[in-house]
Design a protein around this ligand. Structure first.
Ligand SMILES: NC(=O)c1ccc[n+]([C@@H]2O[C@H](COP(=O)([O-])OP(=O)(O)OC[C@H]3O[C@@H](n4cnc5c(N)ncnc54)[C@H](O)[C@@H]3O)[C@@H](O)[C@H]2O)c1
Length: 442
């Protein structure tokens, strides 16, 4: 496991300029973290190249985007996409013609999850087939990059991938119980994780969330060799999550969302960066705060630790924070105030049941029924304080976080030497109170 290494000072200004290139390794979604990287790269005049996961036809075949899909994706990116499918994982693989994991789980019933098992080697064979497909396509993408990017350009290879829930309907009700279940619906994360289907998720999360970064580091060796000869730089960055320090009772304290089952894969991601660093490769996992995105929608309550970011910014930059606070206050229902919102969130975050259970060394921790129920209840109570539950204070704060972390990551990628860095709420507050980040509050 990585040592806890927060970014405590703002990174020195990076030397990226027009002609340098940001490559997003992972598809861009409207409210996802990668938007922050994109915005920062464009601010610096860099070129942006995107990639796609591809799409599955109804018969399961993985294919590139159609002309129409490509046009839509390039419009969202405002840049060119290398149209080679980079879907990772192995749930649809049929090694030696055996039915895929998705096929096998088609008829599985959620309440029979404990009875499901797989014969030895089956998952490993499927995983190896998925790895072979992904790395072959990634190699093609790397060859395209060599063609399209001059050797003299500096490059950021930005890994954004995370996922790996096998595509079987059976999983959704089950995972909803693990991540959103209270009362009779509560399903403890530990027995789920230790079951055969939990262990399948473990292998799958490792493959999609972590090992794709390892493949990217390995297969980008030719790009680095070229850069070395030309005197340019290649940086590999990835988004991690390993808890976040937030403002509680007047000081910054590390905390995390429970149960974050992807956490095992996120630690493996950090290990890949550490191995690369030992070989002299510039690779860093930036551990980022909890925000609302397509991917985090499954984890109800993950947003609770985001609320105190507003307090943190108000402390360091009271005047500049006023428009942000006003925008947040306008989202609240009649009778609710920002003070009551922030107090409710703080009450949860500092509750002994939640706060005293925190343990960095034992992360990611499994759920308990009492912890889950308090988390879900508080999350729902805070949602109810809004005028419209589709327009949330946390969405406003999420936008600020993905923009701020994008700036920090691009700037730090130029010269940082750590395999894993935590971008905590204090760093974000420092950035937006500094002239080099004040525009992020607009
Ligand atoms: N949302 C959060 O609270 C949070 C916090 C810290 C770190 N992160 C990390 O930020 C990164 C971006 O996530 P996000 O929250 O912005 O959500 P997102 O949904 O916008 O991005 C998820 C990315 O993963 C890719 N992906 C998913 N399944 C894939 C597969 N099978 N093969 C290849 N690619 C696949 C998607 O194409 C997309 O690029 C992830 O690594 C995530 O773990 C998120």
């Amino acid at each position: 496991m990585s040592n806890y290494c927060p970014m405590t000072t703002l990174p020195p200004a990076a030397g990226y300029k027009a002609g340098d290139v940001l490559v997003l390794v992972g598809e861009l979604f409207g409210r996802g973290y990668a938007n922050g990287l994109l915005e920062e790269a464009k601010r610096l005049g860099m070129t942006v190249l995107g990639t796609t996961v591809g799409r599955r036809d109804s018969d399961g075949t993985l294919r590139p985007l159609t002309a129409e899909e490509l046009a839509e994706a390039e419009a969202l990116l405002d840049g060119t996409i290398i149209n080679i499918p980079l879907e990772a994982g192995f749930d649809m693989e049929t090694p030696d013609g055996v039915p895929s994991i998705a096929e096998r789980l088609k008829k599985a019933k959620p309440d029979e999850w404990e009875k499901i098992s797989f014969e030895p080697d089956f998952i490993e064979q499927a995983r190896a087939a998925g790895q072979a497909r992904f790395t072959a396509n990634l190699q093609l993408v790397m060859a395209e990059l060599e063609k399209r990017i001059p050797a003299s350009s500096n490059i950021i290879l930005a890994h954004t991938m995370a996922g790996g829930i096998p595509r079987a309907r059976f999983f959704m009700p089950l995972l909803n119980r693990v991540f959103k279940g209270s009362g009779d619906k509560y399903l403890a994360s530990e027995p789920f994780w230790n079951s055969s289907v939990g262990q399948l998720c473990d292998v799958s999360f490792n493959e999609v969330t972590a090992d794709t970064f390892k493949y990217l580091i390995e297969l980008s060796a030719p790009l680095r060799q070229r850069a070395e000869q030309a005197g340019s730089k290649v940086a590999c960055t990835a988004y991690g999550y390993h808890g976040t320090a937030i403002l509680m009772h007047g000081s910054y304290q590390w905390q995390s969302y429970t149960p974050y089952l992807q956490g095992f894969a996120k630690m493996r991601l950090e290990e890949h960066a550490a191995t690369a660093r030992q070989q002299g490769i510039n690779a860093t996992v930036f551990n980022c705060p909890e925000i609302l995105t397509n991917s985090s929608a499954l984890f109800l309550g993950v947003e609770l630790s985001l609320y105190p970011l507003l307090t943190a910014i108000q402390h360091v930059a009271p005047a500049q924070a006023a428009p942000l606070a006003r925008r947040c206050a306008e989202l609240l229902a009649e009778g609710s105030s920002l003070d009551s919102l922030l107090e409710t969130a703080a009450g949860y975050l500092t509750a002994p049941l939640i706060n005293q259970a925190l343990n960095f060394a034992a992360w990611p921790q499994h759920s308990t029924k009492e912890q889950m129920e308090l988390m879900l209840l508080t999350s729902a109570r805070l949602m109810e304080m809004h005028r419209d539950q589709k327009q949330l204070v946390c969405a406003e704060l999420s936008r600020l976080v993905f923009r701020a972390t994008g700036r920090l990551m691009v700037q730090a990628s130029w010269s940082c030497t750590e395999p894993a860095l935590w971008l905590n709420h204090d760093t974000i507050a420092t950035l937006v109170s500094d002239p080099c980040g004040a525009d992020l509050l607009d």
